[in-house]
Ligand binder design. Structure first.
Ligand code: DC
Length: 234
């Protein structure tokens, strides 16, 4: 039997991250936060003064990193092995600056190629909930089931602002700034040439703007379960 691969794509603040953790715990598979990989490369590039358009240097940096994912309760973590030292990445990769830097380097086809290969290796082993922008279109085009989770930009900015303050203690931005940043990132992610953020043709699209979150999670679980039953009956 092929490993269970659930893809959840969609823009930032759509609710896909929290939904991914809940699904991964429920189906007992790893939760692959592909955005954290782009964020980590962007963060380390900034630390090393690598320009965010230096594709060869950024790809080289990406290729020497080893990523490990897990969760504690309802929150996920990512650990990165770099030059023999292991580091758990925390709020330093969630800042507004790193968000924009990640979106910039995510335009580079070579960087994407390196990270996609790593994502496929992790997912192929034990299955995974794969969360990102191109999980259903590029990383796992033959996933067991694909979702595209979205919400209005205003609602996403509200959630992102709350998340920055509650989870990461980042208070620097007000709602208006968060909304502006979200719109800019949406444009960068949707309009880029390499693997633009878009639903796969066979993805189920869920707009969570006015939905109760628990109902969304329940809906996703039911869809996966029914897909698994169909697969078992074949
Ligand atoms: O999901 P996130 O906000 O943590 O992602 C950070 C940035 O990385 C976002 O601007 C889009 C990019 N990204 C991507 O291009 N492809 C992915 N699979 C995941 C994230």
């Amino acid at each position: 039997m092929k490993p269970l691969i659930i893809t959840l794509d969609g823009p930032s603040g759509s609710g896909k991250s929290t939904a991914s953790v809940r699904l991964a715990k429920y189906f007992k598979i790893p939760c692959l936060d592909t955005g954290a990989m782009y964020r980590t490369v962007a963060y380390k590039a900034t630390e090393a003064n690598i320009p965010l358009d230096d594709s060869p240097a950024l790809s080289k940096l990406a290729s020497k990193l080893t990523f490990k994912f897990g969760f504690d309760g309802d929150s996920r973590w990512v650990e990165v092995l770099d030059n023999g030292s292991n580091m758990r990445m925390g709020k330093e990769i969630r800042t507004p600056e790193v968000s924009l830097a990640a979106s910039k380097i995510a335009k580079l086809p070579k960087v994407r190629e390196v990270l996609v290969r790593k994502q496929q290796e992790i997912g192929r082993k034990d299955g995974a909930v794969v969360e990102g922008r191109d999980a259903g279109t590029v990383i796992f085009p033959h996933a067991t089931i694909k979702f595209f989770v979205t919400a209005s930009a205003e609602e996403r900015a509200k959630r992102r602002h709350k998340e920055l303050v509650d989870s990461y203690g980042i208070k620097a931005q007000d709602y208006g700034e968060v909304l502006k940043e979200i719109l800019l990132r949406d444009r960068q992610d949707e309009e880029r040439e390499a693997s633009p953020s878009k639903p796969a043709d066979d993805a189920l699209i869920i707009d969570t703007s006015n939905l109760d979150f628990e109902k969304v999670v329940q809906f996703l679980k039911e869809k996966v379960e029914s897909r698994l039953q169909t697969r078992a009956a074949r």
